[in-house]
Design a protein around this ligand. Sequence first.
Ligand SMILES: Cc1cc2nc3c(=O)[nH]c(=O)nc-3n(C[C@H](O)[C@H](O)[C@H](O)COP(=O)(O)O)c2cc1C
Length: 405
Amino acid sequence: MAATLPVNLHEYEQLARAAMSEMAWDYMAGGGGDEVTLRWNRERLDATRLLPRVLRDVGTVDTRLTLLGLPLPFPVLLAPTGFQRLFHPEGELATARGAGATGALYTLSTPATTSLEDVARVAKAPLWFQLYVQRDREFTLELVKRAEAHGYRAIVLTADTPVLGARDREQRRQLELPPGMELPNLRGLAGRGDEPTFQHGSRNPFLDPSLTWKDVDWLARSTKLPVVVKGVLHPDDARLALEHGAAAVGVSNHGGRNLDTVPATIDALPAIADAVAGRAPILFDGGVRRGVDVVKALALGAAAVMIGRPYLWGLGAALRHRHLQLGHEQLHHARAGAAPRALSTRPAEAPRRDHWRLGPGARSHHRYSDFNLPHVSRAAAVTPQSFGAPGVGAQPVPFGGVVPV
Ligand SMILES: Cc1cc2nc3c(=O)[nH]c(=O)nc-3n(C[C@H](O)[C@H](O)[C@H](O)COP(=O)(O)O)c2cc1C
């Protein structure tokens, strides 16, 4: 009998497209400029090849990890996405419930259509809070303190959005929140001289284009929560993030929604893994759609991945529980197929270029003091191969097993 539920995330995309308004669809699916980076994210993941090893006892596959002190069932997190009530009447509440049903960590966005307090009330899995630093730093700090007070476990500072990208699809649809839908996390900002409406470009009152690394210092000093700097593509920025107090680095190009023609995230990841050199966990997002994509990101140095659009497809299609489970099943399959015995602890020294080529007898025996990363480690059997990718600085990114041609 034919399956009645979707068997992969792409099928949810089709269901969501049929269910969503054109405005919601274009807001969700669109990218910046000519959407070149949006396409690259997927194309470069597809072009990264897995070279499996066989006969390595994959009878037990363990996908658990500890990330910034949080035990998680699998290394797939929900990325912050705004305006979710455009996709489903319950918006962020539905996402939080779906995440709770599977134990997935959910990162609530500053421009959520539900307050961080209401989301915290329904959450059963850990929450992080994504921060767009406001021009009004006092208001920003109050927002961070609200997140702390309501049990959020990290602040994800988005660094790649000094201005919103040139999003033609949104402009054509004249994207705006329908009457009755608002951004409660930013309530009160209007009273301080800013108008909480949605606008493109540098006029957007929710974004502060003057943000610098000093603000990261300020944030890290001002909160007891770990700070994740999201939106890093250059290895020097990854180093700076750690120097300025970040506890983790998010390799992201905002799902191809901002500056167009920046590299695909999978091409930026290896050089950033080298720069971070095991000092902090790396999060990866952009185009992750299957378990094999997760395996590739982990093999190239990520501790965990985030997905954006796929869970919005689930939200739009109102089938939110099943699609997260699907992701987990796929990760099991991909893990087993790629043949590492279990997710093991990452070696503490800088990743070596031959890291992924070591043979079956090799073992990971180092531990981090502050976090354990599931990682395709010395026992790994995966060789990601990348072919001719324009990486950071338009050079092919060199890495063990990468064969630029
Ligand atoms: C509809 C939508 C809204 C988003 N809103 C935010 C946001 O408010 N803050 C943020 O840091 N990133 C935002 N992002 C970017 C995501 O956090 C993430 O980087 C991206 O979606 C990952 O790529 P993927 O959609 O291909 O999985 C948004 C993405 C989408 C699709």
